[in-house]
Design a protein. Sequence first.
Length: 240
Amino acid sequence: MSGAPLRALLLIAAALIGAAALALVMRPQGPAASHAGERPTLLLLTSLPLVFGEGFSLESGGSPALETLEKRYRVVPISVTDQAALSKGRLLLMAHPLAQPAENLVALDRWVRGGGRVLVMADPMLEWPSSRPLGDPLRPPPMFMDTGLLAHWGLRLDAPDERGPKALKLGGYEVLTASPGLLFGKCDISDDRLVARCRLGKGRATVVADADVLDVEHLDGPTQHNLEAVAAELANLERP
């Protein structure tokens, strides 16, 4: 995707990120959030309804995934991976994001190689339910919109051989995934091909071939460790 359609999507994303930031400020905060200054910053770039539901109501509250992340981090939504946005933190969660233009991918790669840490949840067959029609710009894309980033990092993401739920390992936990993809390449790749951990210059990137693992409200099966597993992968990226 390029040109005017991509710019329009990014403008929509920027507006939603502004609303998301406002929602995070206005949302009732628990005891853990009262020490926001003590928590490290986590940049969040996503097309998924993590900050609020599909209706984008400030009253809808955050998702269980957001609540888990906020126990450890000060979550800062961003809409693009340009230099200005990435300068706000050193740890980034890209949870099934919209496609980024080439110049932003260059900025992201430079940021990682300069010491940034990123967890990319790249789903080749998203099963996350949505009431929005196909083609709606506010509906998460059906697959990870890669425009060359993974190949640049020496990875290939394939669609699953079979569709459906699957129990796999992530962050030291058994988690429930939905139609997870398969990762191949030169990074450190898990035996089940769900996770690739890459060292890139001074930084690191972890790629997970599923984003539905975050959707503990709709997955049909045991998901009690799903969000802990994602948090564990982020914590691993924070280590030297």
